[in-house]
Design a protein around this ligand. Structure first.
Ligand code: NAD
Length: 274
């Protein structure tokens, strides 16, 4: 019950890593604010999390005893995010941790010069401006409390390049940079900011995971071929599970990591050790 009595905001909570983080936070005793766009948008070439999936996450959290606030907001919109955070503070009175997880993996699959202006912009808007919008809304709450932990879910694409993923790689490197700068801004105020860099994550049906399928589609190969490439790239004999990422996120969110800030933590089955 490491997060007992804490309020945790999780973006991109409808499925995947966001759902794994939300359920784990509930299991550890937190109340949770679940945020997702919960609707498809024309700029993204695959289905995003749905309202039903978001409700399923809420159901799993309630089953674990958490009080739950479900909010739909597009992280690209600073005003939508601010309204959702205001609703969270009205409901729970405080925010102890923010898991800045919402992100998109495509449009991708092209050399950098072939990426269109719109494709470039949507990647930066969701993956980099989105987390910054959340910080602008949540940090004032944490500053008033003089406590809080922000966990930015970046990627190993925030550490190294991936061929034909220029927008994604640039946005995740940017998020690592934002993490370090914000960590210095808020350290005197007892607010910590860290980045997690998940490596090759298995599409876990338990959380409706599908990012590896998205990556395979973008590269025009099958899921099995992509998984084989991933397995070749890791040091362990299996890929990362969303639950592995959630475990690391909870450690960074909670009080067991009180002196940890400005760090960039790979959860990548040894990928970055090579
Ligand atoms: N799965 C992986 O292989 C992997 C690896 C490294 C990093 N990551 C990162 O982990 C995070 C979660 O990935 P996932 O695999 O769970 O993906 P996912 O697509 O399964 O889930 C992402 C969630 O974010 C939501 N979302 C997307 N755009 C949004 C927006 N504009 N506003 C609000 N919500 C939005 C989606 O609706 C979806 O529910 C992402 O930031 C991703 O880049 C994933």
């Amino acid at each position: 019950m490491g997060l007992h009595d804490k309020t945790v905001v999780i973006t991109g909570a409808a499925r995947g890593i966001g759902r794994a983080c939300a359920v784990r936070a509930a299991e550890e005793g937190a109340d949770v604010v679940l945020m997702d766009i919960a609707v498809d948008v024309p700029e993204i070439p695959y289905a995003l999390g749905s309202a039903d999936q978001l409700e399923q996450t809420a159901h799993l959290c309630r089953k674990n005893g958490a009080a739950v606030l479900v909010t739909t907001a597009d992280v690209r919109s600073r005003s939508a995010v601010t309204s959702a955070v205001t609703a969270a503070v009205d409901r729970f009175g405080r925010i102890d941790a923010l898991i800045n997880n919402a992100g998109v993996g495509a449009p991708s699959g092209k050399a950098a010069h072939d990426v269109t202006e719109d494709e470039w912009q949507v990647m930066l808007d969701v993956n980099l401006s989105g987390p910054w919008h959340l910080i602008t809304a949540v940090a004032p709450v944490m500053v008033a409390q003089r406590s809080g932990s922000i966990v930015n879910v970046a990627s190993t694409a925030g550490l190294v390049g991936y061929r034909h993923f220029a927008g994604y790689v640039a946005s995740k490197h940017g998020l690592v940079g934002l993490t370090k700068a914000a960590a210095l801004d808020y350290a005197p105020l007892n607010i910590r900011v860290n980045a997690l860099c998940p490596g090759p994550v298995r599409d876990d049906p338990a959380v409706d995971g599908q990012m590896t399928a998205v990556v395979a589609d973008a590269l025009g190969i099958s899921y099995e071929e992509q998984e084989a490439v991933y397995l070749e790239s890791v040091a362990t004999s299996s890929l990362v599970d969303p639950a592995d990422v959630a475990g690391a996120a909870m450690w960074l969110a909670g009080d067991d990591s009180l002196k940890v800030t400005g760090t960039v933590v790979p959860v990548d089955a040894g990928f970055s050790a090579r």
